[in-house]
Design a protein around this ligand. Structure first.
Ligand code: N01
Length: 492
């Protein structure tokens, strides 16, 4: 990963922000299409994005690895059904080598702002290593990037170490210490079973009991790996089976309250009954909203971890953090040495992390003041030659998000190819086309489980609107972005 020989001073064709799955996939496909005036700018010291940053104990993917890999870069030798963080990060490192991305990669370089230069028809990009100029700007920054730190009184006064799950401090010794974990989302559910055997005592602060279904994880032995290597058709069939089992759930109504919801809830309740013998603990863990409203968690070891003698599940609301513990609303206090915030991410702040100024000096934050939204989740009116990967409403609750990323990369590439073919200086979605597609999206969302399931989650903005997830199948999204409808764009 050597980086560009010299800092680019001319106008690049494409700058991609972020070297996670989406940024790397975009760069690989651009290079394959002959677009090599390209720079991927990444603030971290390595590629991987979320898989580089989230290193908390137990971090793994809750989508099977054979589906959570790029279709054009399959891997036969995943060691487990659900790969761990280190193996996924290594996979992304391998992709960087295999597709010779090194000289197109500027690591340890943070983009601090970008503004559309109307007169010159290109983006002026500020970084902490110097300015860049590019005809096209692609955001691969992701939606789960900006940690949400809870507004708890006294948090700053805690005497011991406090850190967020996405910035796990491996330098802090935990053996034998009293550790508090706030939150019971996907991160906590993976972290708690990994921490519990190591720490002296663990207190898990739960505000909302989540739905948890079995994971059925296990190693993939050398024989199956060798079989997948020798007979790629078997690997492809396995991937298809994984894909269709998830798509079927969505087709049967996973995104609405349906028979599928009730079936899933019954399976999750049985999982809870089998894992937690104590009825009082079970009652605390029983969800009170419809399955699917928040992300469904998958774990075989979360419930068993909570039955350990050194683990306490606290459901009384947190009142404040004190220098030596966490005080509850009922007057009790849990004395703690270390506090870990598994409190999730701020989606709006993540998507708009870099201040972006489009036509007429309008910032993305201003354009999104009413509601966060993008045409097909990719382009925003008033922001020419700007494309987002995993933009608003393109996350998934049921299937591999890489399928969405690849569909978006194909759409962006079609735009870039069209610009080159027609010699266009700018391409921008028409405001009416964007308004139409967002109205259709909202109509679908209003019937979805996220609006009707009786819960709040990171999927929603401050007004309760889902700004994060696609309300349909992957196939339906793929259809909607198979090729750009040029009549929806204004080109110059
Ligand atoms: O975050 P979350 P996460 N006081 O927002 C609680 C992806 N991911 O990092 O439910 C007390 O889900 C909050 O409580 P409540 C995946 O898409 C993927 O776990 O709001 N509690 C909740 O329990 C996932 O959905 C993998 O009442 C507070 C928790 O903190 C997304 O990341 C693995 C609080 C936050 O849960 C986010 O997951 C891990 C407060 N003030 C993550 N504020 C894969 O395997 C918040 N909470 C791919």
């Amino acid at each position: 990963m050597e980086g560009p020989a010299a800092w680019p001073t001319g106008i690049l064709d494409v700058v991609v922000v972020g070297a996670g799955f989406s940024g790397l996939a975009m760069a690989i496909r651009c290079l394959e299409a002959g677009i090599d005036s390209l720079l991927v700018v990444e603030k971290a010291g390595a590629v991987g994005g979320t898989w580089h940053e989230n290193t908390y104990p137990g971090a793994a993917c809750d989508i099977p690895a054979h589906l959570y890999s790029l279709s054009f870069a399959p891997k036969s030798d995943w060691s487990r059904l659900f790969a761990g963080q280190a193996e996924i990060a290594a996979y992304l490192g391998e992709m960087t080598e295999r597709f010779s991305l090194g000289r197109h990669l500027a690591l340890r370089t943070a983009v601090t702002a970008a503004a559309w230069d109307e007169a010159a028809s290109h983006w002026r990009i500020e970084t902490d290593r110097g300015p860049l100029a590019a005809r096209v700007l692609v955001s691969g920054m992701g939606a789960l990037h900006h940690p949400a730190v809870p507004d708890l009184p006294g948090l700053g006064d805690f005497a011991g170490p406090v850190f967020h799950s996405a910035a796990f401090d491996h330098g802090v010794p935990l053996a034998g210490r009293r550790v508090g974990v706030i939150g019971t989302g996907a991160s906590a559910v993976q972290m708690v079973p990994a921490l519990a055997p190591e720490v002296g005592a663990l207190v898990l602060f739960q505000r909302t009991p989540p739905w948890v279904v079995p994971r059925n994880d296990g190693p993939i032995g050398p024989r199956r790996q060798a079989l997948f290597r020798r007979l790629p058709v078997l690997r492809r069939l396995f991937r298809q089976a994984l894909f269709w089992s998830r798509e079927t759930q969505a087709l049967l109504g996973f995104t609405r309250v349906s028979g599928m919801t009730r079936l899933g809830e019954a399976l999750a309740r049985r999982h809870l009954r089998r894992s937690v013998p104590d009825p009082a603990l079970r009652a605390k863990l029983t969800p009170r909203y419809r399955l699917g409203c928040k992300r469904v968690l998958i774990s075989d070891d979360f419930y068993p971890a909570l039955t350990r003698p050194n683990v306490t599940l606290e459901t009384e609301p947190v009142r404040a953090v004190t220098p030596h513990g966490v005080a509850l609303r009922d007057g009790r206090t849990h004395p703690l040495d270390v506090l870990i915030l598994a409190t999730g991410f701020d989606v709006t702040a993540s998507l708009a992390r870099v201040p972006l100024t489009g036509r007429g000096g309008v910032t993305l934050a201003q354009a999104w003041a009413g509601r966060v939204g993008a045409h097909r989740g990719i382009t925003v009116a008033g922001f020419p030659n700007f494309f987002m990967l995993l933009g608003p409403n393109t996350g998934l609750g049921h299937n591999s998000v890489l399928l969405m990323i690849e569909a978006q990369v194909g759409y962006v590439l079609a735009c870039l190819t069209e610009m080159r073919r027609r010699g266009l200086a700018t391409l921008e979605v028409a405001p009416e086309a964007q308004a139409r597609s967002l109205a259709a999206l909202q109509a679908r969302l209003s019937r979805s489980i996220w609006q009707q399931g009786g819960c709040a989650s990171w999927y929603q903005d401050g007004t309760g609107e889902n700004i994060a997830l696609w309300p349909g199948t992957v196939l339906s999204y793929r259809r909607s972005v198979r090729r750009p409808a040029w009549e929806e764009f204004v080109a110059t």
